[in-house]
Design a protein around this ligand. Structure first.
Ligand code: ARG
Length: 594
């Protein structure tokens, strides 16, 4: 009855990344699926007197129905063949939702009444609108850390990926009912910060971002690049000592330079849509790291070496020996992380803490989590590192001054520029204001989608031209479908749901679309559970494709007979809602005009 020919189910591709949710959350099943699951439970009870907790309903290939239950695992207990079990269930299972059942090869295949299904799914979407797909299934409190820059440079392309992952993950988790506290640790102290400071002291001549006409973070980054390891290193070390001792002059300049940096970050964060509930500063917490080190020595978890350095030996779990404090008593990167974790947990008492940090720090987080466990922190088992791969650009393109990393701001400007050119081609008459608005939305949509479409663990090869294309697996492709539906619905009033005959949505493409829309809540919860926004990207691409094949074949406004038109209006209005909800979770604006 329902033909799902080429539907790729996004949920099948998801790699179970982390399992913190699994203990707390059952994947949210769509209502109709739940109803059918209930019927099947009843049938089991009636036929075999078994009370099932859960029913595994899968999506079979279209010719085998809309849902299917494998009866193989019951065969042993019931001393019957799977086929016999399926047969018996098929005979008992009767409901107005179910058009037909079949028992094939030990599977119970269920064909849902398509009119009922369309009515159920579409009226649910139309009634819930923005809330469609969300649930309250988890009550977890989650502290999420992302972005976390060093205040000696602007944010780079890798940060853009990090920020996209952080923000979309936060929206995904919130869509499942979690309370998410978004944080960043700002690494604002240490020798690398002193490098830009010393270079500025020597070469700055009282220049300011204003006088140089530069964004504050780029301005400070400029001095970091001007730092000369050979001639200035001693001074940087001296500056660090002075800073630690609270030297007024050094501290004042340090504050000024950081302020410039934060002003610069603010713009980039606004473009990326990043927000934080709480910023932590390394300068404020690094000292308590030393206290934790001292406690660790007392607890015999850490060892004080002869040279005065402190270390932990993790060779028993192949993590080597790790220094936690240098011989001169200065703390290192991991020392601040010990303090930060303890501090955050004290403050928020979260059920879990997720760090969005690049792949190159996997070892660091393994060690950190292990140390916290050995120090006896019960909550250490709830720490997760969401690691992600590098972002590459097409060779030879867009290199920064150092010839290495590319600034996030430059990439943002590039995609917005490309978007503007594309729009201008289509609408030569467009006003500047309108052009500016649309190119921001489309350019950023392109960038964000490209950065999220790839599974976090994989590297990205980012080509701005490809990202901005209105065709292909891109953000603008999805945005375009949204705009297309918006223009069809412009000035149209939707019919009263109760007056619509949903059984008229009988075409293959219509059924495909309804089924795809039905899957949205599951895709969302699964993407959240697996910390994998790319599953949502894939879903939105598939949904867009299905909409396009529907619209290619069938007319909406000119549909024969007002009643078919009404049903189709509801169908595409529902698709519009789901596209918008999905894009919003990814931090991408759904625009009515492209
Ligand atoms: N600022 C660090 C860097 O750029 C990343 C910090 C990651 N977070 C943490 N808690 N260690 O490498």
């Amino acid at each position: 009855m329902f033909e799902i020919c080429h539907l790729g189910f996004a949920i099948c591709f998801i790699i179970p990344y982390s399992r913190i949710f699994a203990d707390f959350m059952v994947i949210f099943l769509y209502m109709i699926k739940q109803k059918i699951a209930e019927k099947i439970k009843k049938a089991f009870k009636k036929e075999f007197n078994i009370a099932l907790d859960e029913v595994d309903l899968s999506y079979p290939e279209s010719q085998f129905g809309d849902f299917s239950v494998s009866c193989h695992k019951f065969a042993k207990d019931l001393k019957m063949s799977p086929q016999e079990i399926a047969q018996k269930l098929s005979e008992t299972l009767k409901d107005k939702l179910i058009a037909k059942t079949e028992a094939i090869a030990g599977y119970l295949n269920i064909f849902v009444d398509s009119g009922m299904l369309s009515k159920e799914v579409l009226s649910d979407i139309l009634n819930q609108e923005n809330a469609y797909g969300s649930s309250k299934i988890t009550k977890q409190k989650i502290v999420l850390e992302y972005s976390s820059p060093n205040t000696n440079k602007p944010l780079h392309l890798g940060h853009a990926r990090n920020n996209m992952l952080g923000m979309s993950l936060s929206c995904l988790l919130e869509s499942q009912g979690a309370e998410v506290i978004k944080t960043q640790i700002i690494n604002d102290r240490g020798i690398h910060i002193m490098k830009s400071l010393v270079a500025y002291q020597k070469l700055g001549n009282n220049e300011t971002p204003e006088s140089a006409g530069m964004k504050g973070d780029h301005f400070v980054g400029k001095y970091y690049v001007l730092f000369d390891e050979e001639t200035m290193m001693d001074e940087a070390q001296e500056a660090l000592r002075k800073w630690e001792a609270g030297d007024a002059k050094v501290v004042k300049l340090w504050e000024q330079m950081n302020k410039w940096v934060y002003e610069g970050y603010e713009d980039t964060y606004r473009d990326l849509g990043s927000e934080f509930d709480k910023d932590y500063y390394e300068s404020e917490i690094y000292k308590s790291g030393k206290e934790i080190v001292a406690q660790g020595i007392l607890k015999d978890v850490f060892k004080k070496e002869e040279d005065g350095s402190v270390s932990i030996n993790l060779e028993d779990i192949d993590l080597d020996k790790k220094i936690l404090q240098r011989a001169d008593g200065t703390s290192i990167y991991i020392t601040q992380d010990l303090a930060l974790a303890v501090e955050r947990q004290k403050e928020f008492k979260a059920d879990s803490l997720i760090y969005v940090v690049g792949q190159e720090q996997e070892y660091h987080f393994k060690v950190l989590f292990e140390i916290l466990k050995r120090l006896g922190y019960e909550w250490a088992k709830n720490l997760r590192h969401l690691s992600y791969g590098l972002v590459f650009l097409p060779e030879g393109k867009m290199k920064s001054r150092e010839g290495k990393v590319v600034d996030a701001d430059d990439i943002i400007a590039e995609v917005e520029d490309l978007a503007a050119k594309e729009i201008k081609k289509r609408f030569p008459e467009i006003s500047d204001a309108e052009l500016g608005q649309r190119s921001d939305a489309i350019g950023l949509g392109a960038l964000k989608f490209m950065l999220l479409r790839v599974t976090p663990s994989q590297a990205i090869h980012f080509d701005p031209k490809e990202a901005i294309s209105f065709e292909g697996s891109t953000g603008p492709y999805v945005q375009y479908v949204f705009a297309r539906i918006s223009s069809i619905l412009e000035n149209m009033e939707l019919p009263e749901i109760d007056d619509v005959d949903f059984s008229l949505l009988a075409e293959k493409e219509e059924k495909e679309l309804v089924l795809k829309l039905m899957q949205y809540p599951e895709v969302l919860s699964s993407a959240a559970e697996n910390y994998n926004p790319s599953a949502l990207c894939n879903y939105l691409l598939e949904l867009s494709q299905i909409f396009n094949s529907f619209y290619h074949k069938h007319s909406v406004l000119k549909a024969e007979g007002g009643t078919v038109r009404d049903a189709r209006l509801c169908l595409i209005a529902s698709a519009r809602i789901v596209l918008k909800n999905g894009l919003n979770i990814l931090g991408i604006e759904a625009v009515s005009k492209m």
